[in-house]
Ligand binder design. Structure first.
Ligand code: FEO
Length: 379
């Protein structure tokens, strides 16, 4: 019942190259429920879709799995059309929905842990912090169908509705990017959510963004199990920026050193590549190296933005290092190290902090450091 947002390219700071969708679902037994709504500008689209199937006045329940406005933004308006519906949310969702949309009548899932629609049951499980404290999922045991809201989503705009109907490389790229940029800092609570669903038979997962998983359920569950555990691959990601190509030269020398040992390296300039794309690359990498020139005795602004973003996302189980060049006085490297440490990255010490342009000897030091950190990646 939802809407495809073909044009969105910035989802609260995360670049969504392929748009997204806000999925809402009608569940029909003898009674009818609408699960989730859509972002406010897409209200009319949702209303049209619902009317193609059912008169909104005949809807018995509206389920708000999550209070974030991309899913609840049309709730208050739609509730006026579906005037006979009982609105259900988690207990923690009630004050959030009221704060956003004003006073409305809401029933918590402690009072209503499931609803019998006659032939279909909707059963609710709170999954706090799988994305916000209020997050919950709905499950239809008769269909072994999980309406997972944010979890298992992908930011993909498509006319296709199912995971086997889209390009598989894009699907997995976007599922990975979604986890890295939205759920990575919540790995512990997402793991709790997965545990809460252990023993629940799942044949289909219908998230609130992107396509529905009707195939490869084991694969997406396995991927989430890997991601929540912080499992990494022997890979280094080098993120840097540069004023006069000195820090770039250092980044490339380190990359050559890493790959000389057979360990994969991926290098990103932070002016050219958006920080959220770099974070996607970091999710499964064992090592993160960050290079910044010193500008006005401080870190380069693009590197600062990247560090702030990474610090919030707290990538697990990483080793890393900082490096950079400066003119007459340094400063950036120390700042980068502090921020990486605060992001939870275990630092490998080095003296890759060179004035003006790296000499041949300094180039060699970068190369050797790359080879050394590759040894740590492999161990
Ligand atoms: Fe898709 Fe947390 O909202």
């Amino acid at each position: 019942m939802g809407a495809v947002d073909w044009d969105i390219r910035n989802f609260h700071g995360y670049v969504t190259h392929r748009g997204t969708s806000y999925n809402a679902y009608i569940v029909q037994g003898e009674k009818t429920a609408l699960v989730d709504t859509v972002k406010a500008p897409f209200y009319e689209t949702m209303l049209r879709h619902v009317r193609e199937v059912v008169d909104p006045a005949e809807i018995d329940y509206i389920v708000a799995n999550h209070a974030e406005p991309d899913h609840s933004g049309s709730l208050a308006r739609f509730a006026k059309e579906a005037s006979n519906a009982t609105i259900i949310s988690s207990e923690r969702g009630i004050p959030v929905l009221k704060k956003y949309y004003g006073d409305m009548e809401l029933v918590g899932i402690k009072e209503m842990p499931r609803v019998d629609l006659g032939g279909k049951t909707l059963s609710f499980t709170p999954v706090p912090m799988a994305h916000w404290p209020d997050s919950m999922v709905s499950y239809i045991p008769e269909d072994r169908l999980l309406l997972s809201n944010d979890a298992f989503g992908q930011h993909i705009a498509s006319e296709a509705r199912f995971n086997d109907e889209v390009d598989q490389a894009i699907l997995w790229q976007e599922a990975t990017a979604y986890y890295a940029n939205i759920l990575m800092p919540l790995s512990r609570t997402v793991n709790n959510a997965i545990k809460a669903l252990a023993g629940v038979e799942i044949e289909m997962i219908a998230p609130s963004h992107g396509v529905i998983w009707r195939k490869d359920i084991g694969d997406i569950l396995a991927a989430y199990t890997r991601w929540v555990s912080g499992e990494t691959k022997p890979r280094a990601v080098i993120a840097y920026d540069s004023m006069w190509k000195s820090t770039q030269e250092m980044a490339y020398a380190i990359a050559e050193g890493v790959s000389s040992t057979g360990v994969e390296t991926r290098v990103f300039n932070l002016t050219e590549t958006h920080r959220s794309d770099v974070i996607t690359e970091i999710l499964e990498a064992r090592a993160v190296l960050v290079g910044s020139p010193t500008l006005n005795n401080h870190v380069y602004p693009t590197v600062a933005g990247f560090l702030a973003y990474m610090r919030g996302l707290k990538p697990a189980n990483k080793i890393g290092a900082a490096f950079g060049s400066y003119g007459w006085a340094g400063g950036a490297k120390r700042f980068v190290e502090e921020q990486m440490s605060l992001a939870g990255i275990e630092l490998v010490e080095n003296d890759l902090d060179f004035s003006y342009k790296p000499t041949e000897e300094e180039w060699r030091k970068c190369y050797e450091f790359g080879a050394m950190i590759a040894g740590k990646i492999k161990s």
